[in-house]
Design a protein. Structure first.
Length: 342
């Protein structure tokens, strides 16, 4: 059994070749603070964020594209693999997507978490390579193709050609950073304290990279900074656009830097074929238009952008040995733990 896993900052998506996407849930887990036993995960655990008593801990174990809480990530993966593979006798072979420019230590944490959760064999696939395959791009061609994978923790950019990455870069300023920017903006402008889950809901409902036409208004619920009492504040899409302009500018700057060092022949291919957007953040209103204005290159959003990485990781596992950008256990210079190598 082969599985492709996108363990992202915001969501965990599992793809099985032949069966499609078999799991797509928020990558949140709630555990008992005293015993460490899992109480809930996914949508159920996300509803607990900001509402738990001291006896329950609800967390995102992955932050900015890397595992921040190893034990919670292992529990989350073990539960998800059990749900997907409960009727199988053998352990699955798993391809896990990783962000660009992560260290070997950070890569090791993904490998050990997945193997400890019940995988037989682990392969790491860069997110942009997986996203390109999942979006239906033929990365084996001698052709420059630019892919931008914008998720919750990182935005990764690569120029792909001949099954490898010609140029790549990553910035750890993405969807979660936008939520934090919205929290700061509403506190500063309206004197209202809101939570990160509320900021995320506002971003999904009315967030935009460029002003919307017509303008959209949503209601932000929180605590008044002066009185300490609950209050509802109308917030417009133009205000949300202003709030997230700084994180968006970091993505634009990185995209320009990648284009500046891309070989001329590949640049010509990109100009002709355009830039492809994947990841959950690709669904932000007017983001393709913003990148097109900033670069002068047409931008396209892939079909099912939030699931492209998991789909591509599952497909890449079938012919991982032919990809120069795919890493197996033997590719690393460090010694893995005994529970991984045995």
């Amino acid at each position: 059994m082969n599985l492709g896993i996108d363990l992202g900052t915001s969501r965990i998506v599992i793809y099985e070749p032949g069966a499609g996407v078999v799991l797509d849930e928020p990558s949140v887990i709630a555990v008992d603070s005293r015993t460490g036993d899992m109480i809930a995960f996914g949508n159920e655990a996300r509803e607990m964020l900001g509402r738990t008593p001291d006896s329950i801990r609800a967390e995102y174990p992955v932050k900015k594209g890397v595992i921040a809480e190893f034990e919670l990530a292992e529990k989350l993966l073990r539960h998800c693999l059990h749900r997907v593979c409960s009727n199988r006798i053998t352990k699955p072979c798993v391809a896990v997507s990783i962000a660009e420019k992560v260290t070997e230590v950070e890569q090791r944490s993904f490998i050990e978490a997945v193997v400890s959760a019940g995988a037989r064999r682990v392969t790491l696939v860069p997110e942009t390579v997986a996203a390109a395959i999942g979006a239906g791009m033929d990365v084996s061609l001698p052709l420059g193709q630019m892919i931008v994978n914008a998720g919750g923790g990182t935005v990764d950019v690569s120029v792909l050609s001949l099954k490898g990455e010609a140029v790549s870069s990553s910035v750890r300023v993405a969807g979660v950073a936008m939520d934090e920017a919205i929290v700061r903006y509403i506190r500063s402008k309206h004197g209202l304290h809101i939570s990160l889950p509320t900021a995320e809901r506002l971003k999904i409902a009315a967030g935009c990279a460029l002003p919307r036409v017509p303008e959209v208004t949503v209601q932000a619920k929180g605590r008044d900074a002066l009185t300490g009492l609950p209050r509802v504040q109308p917030v417009t899409s133009d205000e949300l656009c202003e709030a997230i302009c700084e994180p968006l500018q970091a993505t634009v700057d990185m995209l320009r830097q990648v284009l500046e060092v891309t070989p001329p022949e590949l640049s010509g291919d990109i100009m002709e074929n355009g830039i492809w957007l994947t990841g959950g953040l690709a669904q932000l209103a007017n983001l393709p238009l913003l990148l097109q204005h900033a670069t002068g290159i047409p931008c396209h959003v892939a079909e099912n952008p939030a699931q492209c990485v998991a789909i591509g990781a599952g497909k890449a596992l079938q012919y991982a040995s032919s990809f120069s950008a795919v890493y197996d256990l033997g590719s690393f210079s460090y010694r893995l733990s005994d529970n991984v190598t045995n």
